[in-house]
Design a protein around this ligand. Structure first.
Ligand SMILES: [Zn+2]
Length: 218
């Protein structure tokens, strides 16, 4: 009887630990658009998404150009200076090539160290859908992150924002961004791989990480 009680207690204890783990791993609740400007607001991110993820915008289409121009204008409105990298991308493994239009912006840090953080997402969509999830949600989150960081105190290190193109055709074009001088010169000084904004469950951790980063900066 004592053995059975001990087993039940152990099971109960395990259930508590698992439930606590699941609860703690949940993404933060959406922050409303009325939140202070230096905070990331999911509601504000959604307004960007509604603007650009209306129709399919694969590379080489007029809708793609509209989305590109919209993103550039938004970045400018945050007070940053976006650059567009236009070049031909080739990936021999898929035997495809095409025009690259990666968008890049840099938020200068106050520190003197050359280390930088890069946040990246891709803004092209598949031909069959408006790309709201892949990777529109990521791009919208990236825009809102950019805006919030710009509105708050400047970060210690530079933050590079990269919106890549042509990912849906095998990433042939997004790879071209590594040729950009701003990234090529920086590449050795990244602390890790770029933080990629994708709509995957695992990237909840990135959201939590960015939230913590912001909390500590305040
Ligand atoms: Zn994708």
């Amino acid at each position: 009887m004592q053995d059975r009680s001990a087993s039940l207690l152990l099971l109960l204890w395990l259930a508590v630990i698992i439930s606590a783990g699941l609860l703690l791993d949940r993404p933060p609740a959406p922050v409303p658009a009325s939140a202070p400007l230096s905070q990331f607001s999911a509601e504000r991110a959604l307004t960007y998404l509604n603007e650009f993820a209306q129709r399919p915008h694969p590379v080489g289409t007029p809708e793609h150009d509209r989305v590109r121009d919209y993103l550039v204008e938004q970045i400018k409105s945050f007070g940053l200076t976006p650059e567009i990298q236009r070049t031909t991308g080739v990936t021999p493994i898929y035997q495809v090539s095409g025009m690259v239009e990666n968008i890049i912006a840099r938020l200068k840090g106050t520190g003197s160290r050359p280390d930088a953080v890069m946040l990246a997402g891709h803004y092209d969509s598949v031909p069959a859908g408006p790309g709201a999830g892949d990777d529109g949600a990521g791009v919208a989150a990236l825009l809102e992150t950019m805006r919030a960081l710009r509105a708050g105190p400047p970060p210690k290190n530079d933050i590079i924002f990269l919106l890549t193109d042509g990912e849906e055709e095998g990433m042939r074009r997004s790879r071209e961004c590594w040729r950009l001088p701003v990234i090529r010169n920086q590449r050795r000084q990244f602390a890790s791989h770029p933080a990629s904004f994708r709509s995957r469950a695992a990237h909840r951790r990135l959201v939590l990480y960015l939230r913590d980063l912001q909390t500590h900066a305040e």
